[in-house]
Design a protein around this ligand. Structure first.
Ligand code: DX5
Length: 227
């Protein structure tokens, strides 16, 4: 299994100070930062345009990834790459021509990744695994932070990991997003996830972001060695 990565969601951050917030996340020891891009159509919420991400880009050196919870992600892909996102994650449910869209993202110089909503089977991405560097298994229904982790998704994490390994794609990461925290991270990692998106769990830690990131990483790495 590839190494554990902590990829915080900026959804719970102070939107009035996003530059300082991404700097604080980097200082807290995260591996990358995930921007939850929402269009109010694919999900019932509206968040970050490319200009917002571009404004925050200079404040951190860790990679940015855009989780595009949007319809027609192919229309905005170039703008998010130009804004400074090294990885774009598109939803299989939002793409009429997923194979073409993933190829388009790679042609833009970013790495391509695909996300699955809770009701979408792993088989939906079977034909594009060779085009991605990560598969995101959503552990909540997308649109909001602070939701309850859907533990039945661990079976899908296991299935995706097995599909990747069977295809000789051990280098492709499996990411989980939604309700990931101290009480749920071990189950996700034991199922095969190695990139962990967390928002609420990091920001609600009374000991602060650095403690929260280190604690989540420690729990994940411990689970990885025992699974
Ligand atoms: C989808 C969003 C959330 C967020 C993390 O709704 O992508 O999953 O990133 O949410 P929490 O607060 O559950 O970690």
């Amino acid at each position: 299994m590839a190494g554990i990565e902590i990829a915080p969601s900026v959804l719970p951050a102070d939107f009035a100070r996003l530059g300082d917030e991404v700097a604080a996340l980097e200082a807290a020891g995260v591996d990358r930062i995930q921007w939850d891009v929402m269009d109010g159509q694919f999900v019932p919420n509206l968040t970050f345009g490319p200009d917002v991400i571009a404004a925050a880009r200079p404040f951190a050196s860790v990679p940015f990834e855009a989780h595009l919870m949007v319809l027609h992600p192919e229309r905005m892909a170039e703008a998010y790459v130009r804004a400074g996102c090294q990885r774009l994650i598109v939803h299989v449910e939002a793409c009429t021509h997923l194979h073409r869209t993933l190829t388009q993202i790679t042609s833009l110089g970013a790495t391509a990744a695909v996300a699955l909503n809770p009701a979408t089977p792993a088989a939906a991405v079977a034909q594009v695994l060779d085009l991605v560097d990560l598969v995101l298994v959503m552990t909540v229904n997308p649109g909001f932070g602070g939701q309850k982790y859907i533990s039945t998704m661990e079976a899908k994490v296991r299935e995706v990991r097995a599909m990747l390994d069977a295809a000789g794609l051990a280098k492709v990461d499996v990411e989980v997003d939604g309700g990931v925290g101290p009480a749920t991270v071990a189950g996700a990692v034991r199922a095969g996830a190695n990139v962990l998106v967390a928002g609420s769990a990091l920001y609600r830690d009374p000991k602060g972001l650095t403690h929260a990131v280190a604690d989540l990483r420690k729990r994940a790495e411990s689970a990885a060695t025992t699974h």
